[in-house]
Each structure stands twice: as C-alpha cells, then as structure tokens.
Design a protein around this ligand. Structure first.
Ligand code: ADP
Ligand code: MG
Length: 316
C-alpha cells in the first residue's frame, strides 16, 4: 500500500464530526474555524522509539501516549481540545502495527472529541509527532505564572503510578492490567479538571517530568518556593502494595510520565476548586503551599525536612 492508501485506510476516517472543521484531511492544508471570543491554544510533542518508549511497545499504547501527552498540555492551559495533526515516521508500512496505532489513536480522540485534520507520513526511525489545538475563552487560560505565597498546591490523581508501572515493565514483571502499568501505557489527560479550574487556579502545569521538577518550573518563574507535606501525597493503593512509604514518596515526587495536573489556588478559592473537581469526578489532593522561601521543602509527619535526589528528566 502506498502512503495515500495508508492515509485513507488508517487516518482519514470520520471518527469525530466537528462543525468547526471546514476542510479536513486530503487537501494541502486543513481549514478550521476558531469560535468567536476564544483564543487558540496550540502545543506539540514528539514520542521517539528507544527514547520515550521501548521499540516493542504496543502500537495502540504508542498512539494513546502520544495523543494523551499532547492533550495534557491543553488540560494544563484550561483549554478544550478540538483538532490534531499527526506526523508519523515509520521504518516500514507494517499494517498490523498501523491498525493497532489507528485504533489506539481514535479511541482517545473519540473520547475527547478531537478531530484529526491532517498530518504527514514518511519513512524513517519510528517517531510520532502530534500537534493539538484547543480553545479557551479569551483571557481565561491557565498559565504557569500566577502563583503567590499562601496559595495552596494541589495535584490530581495519583502521582508516581506511571513511574511505578514503568519500573514493573522494565523488570518484565508487569501484568498489563495492573493499574500502575495501565497508567504508564494509557495516561489520562485531565481535560475536564483543567476546564473547571479556569478562573479559579492561579497557576497550572502538567506533570511530565515529576512533581518536584514541574512544580519547580511554576515557582521558579516567580522566585518563590514551597513546603510540601509528604503525608498528604496521594499514593495509590497499587503503588503502596509495591513500594515502601519512602519509595512511594520518591516515585510520587520524582517519577515522570504521570500527566496529572499540578496547580495553585488562593486559599479563598480552595473550597470552590475542590467542589468543582469533585463534580467532574477528578481525584485531587492538597499537598502543600507556596512560600516566600528558596526551593521546595518536603516535610514528613514528624516535621523533619527531607530531600529527594534527581528530580525530573533532562533531554540534554
Ligand atoms: P502534501 O504533499 O501536500 O503535504 P501529503 O501527501 O503529505 O500532502 O498528505 C495528503 C493529505 O493527507 C494532507 O491533507 C495531509 O494533511 C494528510 N495526511 C498525511 N499524513 C497524515 C497522517 N498521518 N494523519 C492524518 N492526515 C495525514
Ligand atoms: Mg505532506
């Protein structure tokens, strides 16, 4: 099958109908309509075989993770997703792989109502680059910039699970249905959470490199620090079965690939934030507060300050 056949068969399928797509796959460019009084949020991310996932990673999980990582950036902006572009390089046109990839991609695309409106396909080392577009009412986007001392720090979900799942996979001990493994292979972008936090959170970021590293990005922008209460870290039951409490804290603070949200809220809006997130079924935990100090202090139940080495992932 040539590239046009592949595009028709695996990508140009009417999975999500959207009125704002004037012209989708098949022309030189897509034509798209941004709703009045909204801003367009745009983000792109690549997943590279051998760097972000093992070469033999299931194709549906490659597609899911690639789209989920991109949508997570929209969630962190409080944007509602709409469209995606997919640039794929493949060593060969393996139709079984493409079938699984397409299934994984469109399962998440349908769930989040994202229309695939174009892309590219070429021969080369396996690389999946996705660009996503979403809308946010004008002036309402969440950014990394607004945290103030006194603001409470929250995380969604159960940070650390994806890193635990990755460790299980690497040791070859992982039943694919283990909740931690599932969280690594099929992360859930927190889109509904991002939307309800518009106008409430003072700053937000998604956790791709570990909670300490990504929270650090928020705080560094303002030259503030934070105190985190280790006992408030929402370790999942699955993680606690596998790891000691200290190892669980280490994974929750420094493990990557969670795609949960970390955000700050002024204390006066904390109850509202918690009620809104409860309303969309998103687990959330308050783990600390922004402080006018340097760095992030992690305090255990006895008041001792603990440090955790090597936060986050560095590409270079
Ligand atoms: P061009 O040569 O003009 O760039 P292509 O032959 O690369 O066009 O692509 C033809 C059409 O198919 C374009 O509309 C493009 O956006 C779309 N397309 C190509 N690859 C993909 C893909 N992997 N997923 C979705 N759409 C794709
Ligand atoms: Mg092209």
């Amino acid at each position: 099958m040539d590239e046009f056949g592949l595009i028709r068969r695996y990508f140009a399928i009417p999975a999500v109908e959207r009125k704002d797509v004037v012209l989708g796959i098949g022309d030189d460019a897509a034509l798209l309509r941004v709703p009045l009084d909204h801003e367009l949020a745009v983000s792109t991310d690549s997943l590279i075989a051998g760097v972000h996932f093992p070469d033999d990673f299931a194709a549906d999980a490659v597609a899911h993770r690639a789209l989920a990582a991109n949508l997570s950036d929209l969630a962190a902006m409080g944007a509602t997703p709409a469209w995606a572009l997919l640039a794929l390089t493949l060593p060969e046109a393996d139709e079984e792989w493409l079938e699984d990839f397409s299934r994984g991609f469109f399962a998440l695309a349908r769930q989040e109502r994202v229309a695939l409106v174009g892309g590219n396909i070429a021969r080369g080392p396996l690389n999946v680059t996705i660009t996503v577009h979403g809308f946010v009412p004008r002036g309402m986007a969440l950014t990394r910039r607004g945290a103030e001392p006194g603001d409470l720090i929250y995380v969604t979900g159960h940070p650390g699970d994806a890193a635990a799942g990755f460790e299980l996979l690497q040791r070859g001990e992982a039943p694919p249905e283990h909740p931690c493994v599932r969280r690594f292979t099929h992360p859930l972008p927190r889109l509904a959470a991002g939307e309800v936090l518009r106008g409430i959170a003072s700053a937000a970021i998604d956790i791709s490199d570990g909670l300490l590293a990504d929270l650090g990005h928020l705080l560094d922008l303002r030259n503030f620090g934070a105190k985190l209460a280790l006992e408030r870290l929402p370790l999942s039951a699955g993680l606690q079965q596998l790891y000691s409490r200290d190892e669980g804290w280490r994974l929750a603070l420094t493990g990557g690939d969670d795609y949960e949200l970390c955000f700050t809220v002024p204390a006066s809006r904390a109850a509202l934030a918690e009620a809104r997130l409860g309303g969309v079924g998103c687990p959330v935990a308050c783990v600390g507060a922004v402080e006018p100090i340097a760095g992030i202090q992690c305090v255990d139940g006895k008041g001792g300050v603990r440090t955790f080495p090597l936060p986050g992932y560095r590409h270079f």
